[in-house]
Design a protein around this ligand. Structure first.
Ligand code: GLY
Length: 590
């Protein structure tokens, strides 16, 4: 196995495939990458050792994988005491919102995929943010009619959607929890009130966003105490967050949607430097939605995940479906043709995603058509060549609605966090959780950061008079790339996986599934494989091993840090957990 190579962005050379508008809009660097620099003890130390050695953590009863050791520890305690994966998720999310505040939290949204150990049923819950009722399709355009600059729209109240995470935590516990709800917050409350040491990753993130954090007085107070960014090792407390957790523990999610915390959210959004449109009615109307799981066949496995408003399961399923006719096992990870096929399958999937996928409560989405075998076979014929596709455009999946949409801009940024849990009852949870960009809108209320999820909508409402499916509309949920995924074999879980990373989530997850299923890599090896991802033409790569071959095929190649946060559990004779070496997370199990 090649070692993972991290390096600064470096354009190696230009090939013949042109950069697109999406790529031009994606010039913002990803979340900072660091490793956790503190001593760990006991099982967490063993987990870190396994991760450093490139081995999965093995266990028999339960496993939790998340982005920070303190969150993993909190989830492990719940599972050890007989809690379910849903209980553990509540504890993990409560801690993540404190120790990894740049990525997810109570002010954001999430998608949850659940495998029920009793019934074998897969359920998907949509806790995505909604646009305020006062939002309009032109909301992200400037006075001149041109799209706002990304951070001009992000920083402030305009980008804030109604958070879904608190209600999703409550709903998951109501459906599948066993543990006493208030007790699930005890670690997070203690850490918020008594403090913890800022990790290098959090410190680097604060450092990088200091100027934007300074705009909001509450964010400045929390992250830039005495005017200077927090540093790694600083003792950090967040009593306002502790207070919000105490309300959540005592009263459930109600205070977030109709009570004191709702009022603080609205106040913060309306009085931000760039005021937003959120009103109390928007919070009061918020609902978690159960959606049909979207499952794609890959070599006899069912690859299941979150359908619209996420594009995750559709695009991952389409990439795999396009590759099904090809012998990926025979080609293996070192053959340049493997990466030509994966790269162009991914581009084809992104072309359909950009045109057709949006919130299906507002826009008819051809979910069946996109994953139809005959459609995928036709599209896969395009891959039967030796060089990169010179041009990629959306296909025409079968549907009983007329589909006349313009292509979207893709601006989703690589932030977010992924939680994977297996409990002792056979339940499995895969949940991707986000406040969108690092530090979301940079606006704080009640001790947590509010999301900037509304910038996951297309900034343009139309192109040449043709509407964009993912345009802003009142109450609508912005299209996501989050891909919390479960792979099943004859109804039994084989793999649970997901990642942060903006729209690169889709190739991160698809590639790791191929590495595990086709190349037989264990979860840690599959996660640690150097990333090579292509969404819109340019091949983003962590390593340069195949750069010359891919350039010869006609791809533009860019070497850069690719800051995924893949967290996975595989199922078989034992549970095996893998945590992304690019972040601070760990797998813990017994
Ligand atoms: N904001 C990241 C995503 O939903 O894809």
């Amino acid at each position: 196995m090649k070692s993972v190579v991290f390096s600064l962005a470096l354009t190696l050379a230009l090939g013949t495939v042109p950069a697109t508008a999406q790529e031009a809009a994606d010039g913002v660097a990803p979340e900072a990458e660091t490793t956790l620099g503190r001593a760990l003890t006991g099982p967490l130390a063993a987990s870190q050792e396994a991760k450093d050695a490139g081995r999965p953590v093995e266990a028999d009863d339960w496993m939790v994988v998340a982005a920070h050791p303190l969150a993993v520890e909190a989830g492990g305690r719940v599972l050890r005491e007989g809690g379910t994966a849903a209980d553990a998720m509540v504890a993990v999310q409560a801690v993540l919102g404190l120790v990894e505040p740049q990525s997810s939290g109570l002010g954001g949204g999430a998608f949850l995929v659940w495998f029920d150990g009793n019934t074998g049923k897969v359920t998907t819950l949509d806790g995505r943010e909604t646009a305020p009722l006062a939002a309009t399709p032109q909301m992200l355009l400037g006075e001149d009619g041109a799209p706002l600059g990304f951070f001009d729209a992000v920083v402030g109240g305009l980008s804030v959607g109604v958070p879904g995470t608190p209600m999703l935590m409550e709903e998951a516990h109501r459906r599948w929890g066993r543990a006493n709800w208030p007790g699930l917050f005890s670690e997070a409350i203690t850490l918020a009130e008594e403090g913890f040491n800022v990790s290098p990753r959090m410190a680097a993130s604060v450092q990088r966003d200091a100027e934007r954090l300074a705009i909001d007085p509450k964010s400045a107070q929390v992250f830039l105490p005495n005017g200077s960014p927090l540093e790694a090792g600083d003792r950090f407390t967040n009593p306002a967050y502790g207070n919000s957790l105490r309300q959540l523990a005592a009263e459930g999610a109600a205070p977030f949607y109709t009570g004191d915390i709702a009022a603080q959210i609205v106040e913060a959004v309306q009085n931000a430097a760039l005021p937003g449109l959120l009103k109390p009615i928007d919070l009061a109307l918020y609902q978690i939605k159960e959606r049909p799981a979207v499952c794609a066949d890959y070599r006899g496995y069912d690859v299941c995940g979150m359908g619209p408003p996420s594009s995750g399961a559709l695009a991952v399923g389409q990439i795999l479906g396009l590759l099904s006719p090809f012998d990926m096992t025979g080609l293996g990870p070192d053959d340049p043709q493997t990466w030509r096929l994966i790269g162009d399958a991914s581009r084809l999937a992104f072309a359909d995603r950009g045109r057709y996928v949006a919130d299906s409560d507002y826009v008819p989405v051809p979910v069946q058509g996109i994953l139809e075998r005959s459609y995928l076979n036709d599209r896969a014929e395009l891959l039967r060549r030796d060089t990169a596709l010179p041009i990629v455009s959306a296909g025409t999946p079968e549907f009983d609605h007329a589909l006349n949409w313009a292509d979207d801009d893709d601006r989703a940024r690589p932030s977010t966090s992924h939680i994977t849990i297996a409990d002792a009852y056979g339940n499995v949870l895969s949940m991707t959780t986000t406040i969108e960009n690092a530090f979301g809108s940079h606006v704080m209320a009640a001790g947590f950061l509010l999301n900037n999820e509304l910038t996951d909508f297309s900034f343009r409402s139309h192109r040449d008079g043709v509407p964009v499916a993912n345009r802003v509309e009142p109450g609508k949920r912005p299209r996501s790339s989050m891909a919390p995924t479960l792979v099943l074999d004859n109804g039994e879980p084989v793999l649970a996986i997901g990642s942060p990373g903006g729209s690169r989530i889709i190739p991160y997850v698809a590639n790791a599934i191929i590495a595990h299923l086709d190349w037989g890599l264990d979860v840690q090896q599959a996660i640690s494989l150097p990333h090579r991802v292509n969404r819109f033409g340019t091949y983003d790569m962590e390593d340069d091993a195949l750069a010359a071959d891919l350039q010869a095929f006609g791809f533009e190649v860019k070497q850069r840090a690719l800051n995924s946060g893949l967290h996975a559990i595989s199922f078989g004779d034992r549970l095996r957990g893998g945590a992304d070496p690019r972040r601070e997370g760990l797998a813990l199990g017994e």
